[in-house]
Design a protein around this ligand. Sequence first.
Ligand code: 9MG
Length: 286
Amino acid sequence: MPSFHFRPMILQCGKYSLPLDRPLVMGVVNITPDSFSDGGRYLRPDAAVAHARRLIDEGADLLDIGGESTRPGAAAVSLDEERRRVLPVLEALLPADIPLSVDTQKPELMREAAAAGAAMINDVNGFEAAGALQALAGGSCALCIMHKQGQPLTMQQAPQYRDVVAEVDAYLRVRIAAAETAGIARSRLVVDPGFGFGKTLAHNLSLLCRLDRLTAAGVPVLAGLSRKSMIGALTGREVGDRVYGSVAAALIAAQRGALILRVHDVAATRDALALWNAVESNKNND
Ligand code: 9MG
């Protein structure tokens, strides 16, 4: 935790300027029939909005709304279908006055979501699609640049790295530079190692252990570990039963410098962070 005199990074996130003086909790809102953790539960817009409001009540600092599953092997969704799922939920949540992120890989939807009031675009494809960075260059919304190896259909078959931490770090730095070249200020950028996206358990553990290395690029790090297969592999638990493991993983990520935690279980994560924050703040009294 930063000390009292520490000047926090500020993330420009649409109309919000978020001081990153403590890790923020990003609640996941999946409007998909097939997400690995909660697929189909919130496919109807009113169910998704009600779920989002629950996450806000639990203390979410921001929400990530997605209309296309990114789990390994997931079916692609057309632009029209993704738009039909995401935009009504985004619009219904704007009055909640909380930064809303849209998880999409499609430049057209990035542009439409930003125009509709999204404060962040979260792209598991690192804004590599033609026109993705340009779609956002003129505005103020934040960009979460995530690393993945391969494509969702096959990415978990045989991921390989010589040095996973160095390679992910190098990729993220290249994408930061690409965003800056496209005219996007560094203060709008977030990076993410992409746990589970073309990574074995050993790769995920190396990245979590050395997350501090990724913070050195000077851009806030987002970590998404919640309910992932890595937690299942380490605890032996099914996806609906991974809350404790997910909270532990989020706390470890925060301790290693992650400033945004993408989670399904907002209340549980907030409680764990409250304890950590209290202990860390107490250091200043010593
Ligand atoms: C959409 N999505 C699923 N997992 C994710 C993760 O780990 N990070 C980000 N940025 N997005 C994710």
